[in-house]
Design a protein around this ligand. Sequence first.
Ligand code: ADP
Ligand code: MG
Length: 564
Amino acid sequence: PQTSETMGFQAEVKQLLHLMIHSLYSNKEIFLRELVSNASDACDKLRFEALDKPELFESDPNLRVRVDFAKEAKTITVSDNGIGMSREDAVSNLGTIARSGTREFFSQLTGDKQKDAQLIGQFGVGFYSSFIVADKVTVRSRRAGLPSSEAIEWVSDGQGEFSIANIDKADRGTEIVLHLRADEEELLSNWKLREILRRYSDHISLPVEMPKEEWDEEKSEMKRTGDWEAVNQASALWTRSKSDITEEQYKEFYKHVSHDFEDPLAWTHNRVEGRSEYTQLLFVPKRAPFDLWDRDAKRGVKLYVKRVFIMDDAEQLLPSYLRFVRGVIDSADLPLNVSREILQESRDVRTIREGSAKRILSLLEDLAENRKEDYATFWATFGQVLKEGTGEDMANQERIAKLLRFASTHNDSDVQDVSLTDYIGRMKEGQDKIYYVTAESYNAAKSSPHLEIFRKKGIEVLLLWDRVDEWMLSHLREFDGKSLASVAKGGLDLEALADEEEKKKQSEVADTFKPLVERLTKSLDDKVKEVRVTLRLVDSPACVVVDENEMSPHLQRLLQSAGQ
Ligand code: ADP
Ligand code: MG
């Protein structure tokens, strides 16, 4: 193998590094959270691989993370005895960004520090955040199972290149040395680092250790004893009882499992016992990840079995319409050697999936009821995804339908905040249907000629323009005993709502125009099925409608544009 070579960062990494240093400075302490988070992930991975190959533990089975500093050298070191990195691992993990959504992310950057900082947060900061406080970073690592001569040293100043060399490293795992920038000396203090660790990393399930210090009477100062001591509780957060967990700890745990930078919107934490035994700690994010609409995007929650990490992104544990949910599920029933294939067929997994869906729906119901603003945030971010549930999860269709929000002619705004229950509460006497119109955009929906008669009669109509709506409507046929009806379909049976006078007028008009209707029917013979007189229009002379059982014009156009 080559010994030493210098390589350039991928262009996106350079850009990210530059941005990070400039826009995240006010949040610089997060570098420690990111490094400890990575160290903890690396230990999780080792424990998992060692299920099959216990020899990977070598003679060092007690997994831990250590944080140390050297005042004179002005360095902070974060080390772990986790899985480590081979030369190849280091080159790709610490030199490129391999993530879906990377292109969109870079295309959305504006140059405005605050906005960009938020975007970076959404994207995830990770290892590169070291360069916020360091002008040189050295990574020494040995992949578990490789000989000590195949360890590597990666060095970079975060400008554009890094060097990588083979070194000898006896102990397994990774050691990251940050050479601090000139004005960062305040970080070189035992209590300062402990304070940051406590704030950001108390939820980490392994011991995060720092050098133990004691008061030296003679010299009147703190002195290192040579031992290490854990500065965190070192128990898996989800196994602690709810009353022992603070909001802050939940929030930091979320950031660790989701690689998100922002606080979550809400969470639910439960231990389920009985036929199937598992603990779930599930979070609804505040913002959509960059790749929410990317089919290949990773999704799902982390799976643990009896506290042993098994896999990231276990999408089988949640239905697809809840793919925005992040968190951890720890099963007591699944075997430790469970694979993705087994997950697909397992009955325990089905039970977990159903249980998780119910918990998330309860959480959303609670938000909708008690934290309306947060629910509005949720709806604006993930509403379109939740709509898929009306077709995907028939068992919970009614609950999902209650959570839906729409724009409607009642508010005359494109904000989707009307629930079906609100709508029913405003129905006119004699009205037995929930009316809606679908279109390509809010503007097209609200100016549909089909709405004229409804506006005149003061009947509310839901305005739908999301891509998923037609699909949703093909599954959601009724709500609370009222069928959903398109205003663009068939003969509107508005008769029940018409008064006597209108009914008389309708039959008079029909008589008067009988000859015209006959003529039109003849001349449009091969183009339309039927011509009829209607009272549904107020200002427009004519409109095209489709039969009750046929596709709406909007769906026809959607299918055409999709080449069908
Ligand atoms: P993320 O944690 O979101 O994957 P990071 O930028 O934090 O992104 O880390 C990039 C990758 O580098 C990780 O996915 C992992 O493969 C590798 N890595 C980082 N730190 C360590 C470590 N301490 N031990 C082993 N691998 C690591
Ligand atoms: Mg990370």
